[in-house]
Design a protein around this ligand. Structure first.
Ligand code: NAD
Ligand code: ZN
Length: 266
């Protein structure tokens, strides 16, 4: 008898559970898709547009040099969207697994800038009475809730609203007086070195790699998965659609993250 779609999906979940269950070290790479069910828009859908601008036009150092007010207005809108969102069952399941006593180590690497993995780590940590530290992600592309000075490079947390009504009202560095910018990695910019090194070290040590909600076309982030595979890790993908990493994955669970990820570790 031929298995139907539901049967095939259940079979993929079971194989993924086995791979993750027997792993001695796990690396996880997440992308915008893991936050889709929290209400955070992905870039590559129609909802990625803002006032007719595509993210590729605004998330660049050139755009900030040309029109910092417009770029800050867009980031203010994105911060507002994300502040209204909460971690979903997928973020929480990963945090719970990362904090589980006695479980194999899990390194969480994210391309997301929405802070929802960290929020889940704090939530679950509180529930378990554990420090959230081991469930905090390596944020390869920075965070919407930090700023960096465009002059001297100093960084700090920043969760308040930004007045983007004029160039004069934009936030400036307390040290050197230059404009502050969001502490996110823009197109054409290098990734933060510590996060990159720790991610690739975790990838080469892992014997299982879980990749959730990423199209797998943005490098070097997607290289975490290919590096893990090259060092012998079994790769599991969770994504409703086929991606550039599907060919590398031994198992693809074709479902949304909030439904599928909790079943992988339950
Ligand atoms: P992407 O937009 O290129 O791809 C999103 C992927 O998620 C797609 O493959 C899609 O099929 C999948 N997806 C959609 N709904 C899903 C669901 N419910 N469950 C699981 N998967 C689902 O995202 P990307 O690969 O992360 O690359 C985009 C870049 O944009 C990243 O560099 C990131 O920094 C940035 N970005 C971040 C956020 C965020 O922080 N939440 C949002 C948009 C973009
Ligand atoms: Zn400065």
């Amino acid at each position: 008898m031929k298995a139907g779609r539901a049967g095939a999906a259940a079979d993929a979940v079971e194989r993924a559970r086995q791979i993750l269950g027997r792993a001695r070290s796990i690396v996880v790479l997440t992308g915008a898709g893991i936050s889709a069910e929290s209400g955070v828009p992905t870039f590559r859908g129609p909802e990625g547009l803002w006032k007719d601008h595509r993210p590729e036009e605004l998330a660049t150092p050139e755009a900030f040099a040309r029109d910092p007010r417009l770029v800050w207005e867009w980031y203010g809108w994105r911060q507002d969207v994300v502040r209204r969102c909460a971690p979903n069952a997928a973020h929480r399941a990963l945090a719970r697994r990362a904090l589980a006593a006695g479980a194999a180590p899990l390194t969480l690497v994210t391309q997301n800038v929405d802070g929802l993995h960290a929020a889940a780590a704090r939530q679950v940590g509180r529930e378990l009475g554990e420090e959230p530290a081991t469930a905090l992600p390596l944020e390869l592309h920075g965070s919407l809730f930090r700023v960096r000075c465009s002059g001297c490079g100093r960084r700090r947390e920043h969760d308040g609203p930004v007045d983007a009504s004029s160039r004069q009202s934009l936030p400036r560095c307390e040290g050197c007086g230059e404009l502050l910018r969001p502490d996110v990695v823009w197109f054409g910019e290098p990734l933060p070195r510590r996060e990159l090194e720790e991610s690739f070290a975790a990838a080469s040590a892992a014997d299982a790699c879980l990749v959730v909600g990423t199209s797998g076309v943005v490098y070097p982030a997607a290289g975490v998965v290919t590096a893990a595979a090259a060092s012998g890790a079994e790769v599991v993908e969770v994504n409703p659609r086929e991606t550039a990493l599907s060919a590398t994955a031994g198992v693809s669970v074709r479902a949304g993250a909030a439904e599928a990820v909790p079943r992988l570790f339950g």
